[in-house]
Design a binder for this molecule. Structure first.
Ligand SMILES: N[C@@H](CCOP(=O)(O)O)C(=O)O
Length: 435
């Protein structure tokens, strides 16, 4: 594969460069020069396979002649020892695609583990240590920490906004130790993301350390996320209706991954961008004007992003044609009281316990269903396990929520983090002091 920068259509880098350098120096984002189109028989043939098998078949189409089939088989099967099942809420009308069965209990495991696996494949051929920088509003950090923990030749630094992630999310970020360290930033997720982006453009730093990103600014976080859309198509074929995906969205990597799958040929009727009060993209879809804002804190904290990194990819995927984007992507947003009411309605109607992010995805699907004139199958993406937000979910639904063992063991561990101001000088000094 080759990649261009969204700021320079004629630039070209290889898979390895895009993976390790993550972000072009011109401040754009990498995009595939071409997305190999597959006809429907391809998707029908791989339907029903495991996530690892689906990923392997797509990788063969993407990386043919570049990475040997046997290596792709190893990369995908090492990355995905779990599944992403579609669970029916309303038979033939509404389902949830559960993406939280991986180690960190969030959809980010898919991208983070694929990246770790692919980086190990390439760095097996080099001696240089890679330093992964990642900004998180809650879920990415945990998945990256677990995905790269104790991976030889890799060091991980996580930046998160103090007081704006759940207790168990914070434990995932701050208790692993070893090659994983956390910086607690006195600011918002957008501040964390800005610090990471500035680090990539700081040559006095990048000349000393081989920096790489595991946020969705890295195109190799998005490519594997397209696999579960394909898997969901396979699992839902029996319904026999066009599919609409409702994607809870913050940085818009997850939605961009779905659109990438549709550009590969996956039949998707349309997408829904479901957000919380950080609704700059739904606003854009309604007005045509994109106006990033300061993020506001909500109970669906992982989606508290005011300036989504992947907006530019979203528009590039549709050739910068607003009418095409607006036709294929609908936007809905919900404030906290509506989210809590939605969690209650989903529990009482379907007996389904949804985290606030997943609830927003389901509510987006329900809103769209009301407006839809076509008989379609709505699939909402369930992005995180409800236990990651145990106190909130228990209080809103008045139930006990069990915490899976892999998360429960973290609860008694001691948090270790570096508290820093949200300015680049403080971050750089703190980062260099740890090396
Ligand atoms: N929602 C994210 C924010 C970072 O987004 P990413 O997709 O760029 O990693 C989180 O939970 O950290």
């Amino acid at each position: 594969m080759q990649f261009y920068s969204t700021n320079n259509n004629s630039s070209r880098v290889s898979t390895k460069q895009a993976l390790f350098h993550s972000m072009p120096v011109d401040k754009g984002l990498y995009m595939p020069v071409s997305i190999p189109y597959q006809d429907i028989s391809f998707f029908d043939k791989i339907a029903g396979g495991s996530l690892a098998d689906v990923g392997y078949e797509i990788c063969k189409a993407l990386f043919a002649g570049e990475i040997a089939d046997a290596d792709l088989q190893q990369i995908t099967h090492q990355a995905f020892p779990f599944e992403t099942p579609v669970v029916a809420l309303e038979d033939g009308a509404l389902g949830v695609l559960e993406l939280f069965h991986g180690p960190s209990l969030a959809f980010k495991d898919v991208g983070a583990r694929f990246m770790a696996s692919l980086m190990s494949y390439f760095s097996g051929k080099s001696d240089q240590e890679v330093h992964i920088l990642v900004a998180t509003s809650g879920d990415t950090g945990g998945a990256v920490a677990m995905g790269f923990h104790n991976v030889p030749g890799v060091r991980v630094s996580i930046l998160y906004p103090t007081g704006r992630v759940s207790d168990l999310q914070e434990k995932q970020l701050t208790t692993l130790g070893g090659n994983v360290q956390a910086f607690e930033v006195k600011g918002s997720f957008d501040d964390c993301q800005a610090l990471v982006k500035q680090a990539f453009l700081d040559t006095s730093l990048t000349n000393r350390i081989a920096l790489s990103s595991a946020n969705s600014i890295n195109i190799f976080r998005l490519i594997p996320q397209s696999f579960y859309y394909v898997s969901a198509y396979g699992q839902s074929k029996r319904v026999g209706k066009p599919i609409v995906f409702s994607t809870p969205s913050g940085n818009f990597g997850n939605l961009s991954a779905g659109i990438l799958a549709s550009k590969m040929g996956l039949p998707v009727h349309h997408f829904i961008a479901s957000t919380n009060l950080n609704h700059v993209v739904p606003d854009y879809l309604h007005t045509g004007t994109y106006a990033p804002k300061e993020s506001v804190a909500t109970i669906s904290n992982a989606m508290d992003v005011g300036s989504p990194s992947n907006f530019v990819r979203l528009t590039h995927l549709y050739g910068d044609q607003f009418d095409t984007v607006a036709e294929h992507v609908k936007g809905y947003y919900f404030d906290d009281p509506s989210t809590e009411a939605g969690m209650q309605q989903i529990y009482s109607q379907y007996g389904y316990v949804a985290c606030p992010h997943t609830a927003i995805g389901i509510m987006g699907a329900q809103q769209d269903k009301i407006r839809s004139t076509q008989d379609v199958y709505h699939i909402a993406l369930a992005t995180a396990h409800p236990s990651k937000f145990k106190p909130l979910v228990e209080q809103v639904l008045n139930i006990d929520v069990d915490v899976p063992e892999r998360l429960a063991v973290l609860a008694t561990r001691k948090k270790q983090s570096y508290l820093i101001d949200p300015d680049y000088g403080s971050f750089k000094e703190a980062l260099l002091a740890t090396i």
